[in-house]
Design a binder for this molecule. Sequence first.
Ligand code: BDP
Length: 587
Amino acid sequence: MLYPQENEHRRRLSLDGFWNFQAQRAGDDPTGWENALPSPTVLAVPASWNEQREELFDFFGPGWYQREFHLPSEWGGRHLVLRIGAAFYKTRVWLNGRELGTYEGGSLPSEYEAGDAARPGAWNCLTVRVDAGLDPWGLPPAQESANAGEGRVGFINQNPPVTYDFFPYGGIHRSVWLYATAPNRIEAVVVRTKLAPGHAEATVEVRARVTESGNVERLSIEVEGESAELEATGEADWFAGQLRIEGPRLWDVGRPELYEADVRLEDVNGGVDSYRQSFGIREVRVDERGLLLNGRPVYLTGFGKHEDSDFFGRGFNPPLAVRDFELLRWVGANSVRTGHYPYAEEFYDLADRIGVLVIAETPFVGMNNRMFTPEVEAKALPMIERMIARDTNHPSVVAWSLANEPYVKSDEALAFFRAMAKTARACDPTRPITYVAHVEVEDNRAAPDYDFFCLNKYYGWYVGHGRIDDTLDAFEAKLDEFYEAFGKPMMVTEFGADAVPGMHAWPAQPFSEEFQAEIVEKQIEVIRRKPYIFGFHLWNFADFKTGQTLSRIIHNRKGAFTRDRKPKLVAHTLRRLLRDQSTGHQA
Ligand code: BDP
């Protein structure tokens, strides 16, 4: 899952831009569409289709994308891979009419071997069929039937009928690349660092997987002038080696010290491949004090987010991503959770380069009891593996969140959550794992298998609506109850209220900016009193698009910022509260 890179031994071609597009409607016969679309229109990639054209607003696929591109003749004989950063939700790909493969999953990359179908030195036709059809067994799932109101109070008649509170945008959401390497290539690089006591020295362990391990002449790494050979590990196609760095510059909050590992593969047939992987030297663990970064407790403040903006929909929007990190700095926050799916890779690159902590979440949201089957598990576990393989080298990622608001009450649910925990730990023994809980203690039987506990609670909103002061004691008692039940350090990962920007009320009332600012300030005061809580994230960073239902005023309005990133009153409140405290910043 290495991000495509341009270097001495690798080439890449961006296929972003304007593509032909055709919506497949009931009654259409798509025979032959992989060769030519009969009456296409034009769409931008990457971006959701829903906000680009009126007729696609509530269209969920299948949508057919097609474009031509010229393949340089020198790419003949190279190892060619087509890579789609993410498309929601099921993808099928053809090159020059020949099927390359399929992938199910809306927020992780898919790759396809393209060498046999590609025509070097000529024009090529690429077709991508994306089906965002509401699938009750997808991850995340749609409701089993419209109006089922599954899993969420107040969401009966939600349109479209999904089990979660964000819009099921369709389309190619992240960049599309074609890349070329030597036939024997570096397929994966995993960098892990270990600090000696006192931090005077760090060990950097690098593992790499190659395509043809039998043909490796030499595999080596270099970091700032230090180099080491990687040797076969005995595990299929994996090699490993390590080097030491004296006086390491540690990566920390607001102190984004990064290193580059240059990996080089020389093949017995004379081929060469190389890859530059950035990484940070830092140590993360959880003990009874909470999250420790480089041995020191850190208090996390920030937001749960979404990938969501005007026009782009869920598509990756580079200036918006920079702006979001800039607003985090402005408000004084040090961390985010990728609610409720893995984000674009570029997002974690920015977090690494700016020094923001990330709790990285799977797309397992809306997981009610009917989902805990062997079939769903067989889809979920490989998604965890793919997510961790993709994001493991980011120093910004300090924990994996394996689900949002599941019901872990039945024996099946418990077994499912134990299998997920086991998979995540096998992929990455270096990071703590968690999942984000709601409802009651007895709905969270898997908590003992996870390292810390995350809780979402909406007192004064979904519980005791409109009564801020009257619900503070109940809020506090609920936090204590969860801590007493599990004895794990905790984070409050969601709390808040909707506020329609420009809506004012005195005295404060629901949906006004005053109400949102007041509830947030008073609940933070409660949260901060709890020694077992090591951080809080407001829901949400910005207003975001969701399905239509009586409790939503076009968007979910719980953002501290509007959808176009203007501060609401609560953002100023937070800025005052967060900038006044020093525990969250280590720099
Ligand atoms: C929580 C969910 C989140 C919702 C939020 C809300 O985790 O996805 O958007 O509630 O209702 O339960 O605003």
